[in-house]
Design a protein. Structure first.
Length: 197
């Protein structure tokens, strides 16, 4: 074999090794991204895969949600706002026995009001649910269930037990959204006057 042939073979082997390594690296990166999205979105990951008919489309959608929500200015509620919303929830819950149909609508409105106060945009329901799924993936399914019951109620098809479940589902999301930024406790050591020697 001459030197040109040997160099060509060596170059071909090196290129094949580089190509195999690149494919392996890309595969590993995709696996890591899939695992990260599965951990972050939990059951919402599987629902999105099923809805969109494949893992690649679902992961692209979930990544798009993450990017969209990252651009939002989501804030925690002040203690005063959280107290006001909690009081409003307790009031509507107390009216359930007398007016279950009306309370479901109030619960939906109150959840949307908290979402607005936190910084979520108020697009259509699917957009709201998609945005919520980024930071609250464990409760977005109950939010969807509450909406289905509210729609059945609007058509006069929901019974009192379904309406009760809808209020419970709304409460689940409400409680998650109500998170308050905790006041940082003051350490006793921070309040002492420093001693200078």
């Amino acid at each position: 074999m001459n030197t040109v042939t040997t160099n060509t073979i060596i170059l071909a082997v090196v290129l094949i090794v580089i190509a195999v390594a690149a494919v392996g690296w890309a595969f590993t990166q995709r696996q890591r991204r899939s695992q990260r999205l599965q951990r972050r979105f939990g059951p919402e990951y599987g629902r999105t895969v099923q809805e969109l008919g494949g893992q690649t489309k679902a992961e692209a959608e979930l990544k798009k949600r993450e990017d969209r929500v990252a651009r939002l200015k989501i804030t925690t509620l002040s203690t005063a706002d959280a107290a006001r919303f909690a009081e409003a929830w307790n009031s509507l819950q107390g009216r359930f026995i007398d007016n279950p149909k009306g309370v479901v609508g109030e619960a939906d409105r109150l959840v949307r009001e908290v979402m607005v106060k936190r910084g979520y945009p108020m697009g259509d329901f699917e957009r709201r649910a998609a945005d919520i799924s980024v930071d609250h993936p464990d409760v977005v399914a109950t939010y969807r269930s509450a909406q289905v019951i509210a729609a059945r109620d609007a058509r006069g098809e929901a019974d009192t037990e379904e309406l009760r479940r809808a209020v419970v589902y709304y409460r689940t999301l409400f409680d998650e959204l109500l998170e308050v930024s905790p006041a940082r406790p003051v350490d006793a050591r921070e309040t002492r006057t420093p001693v200078h020697s």
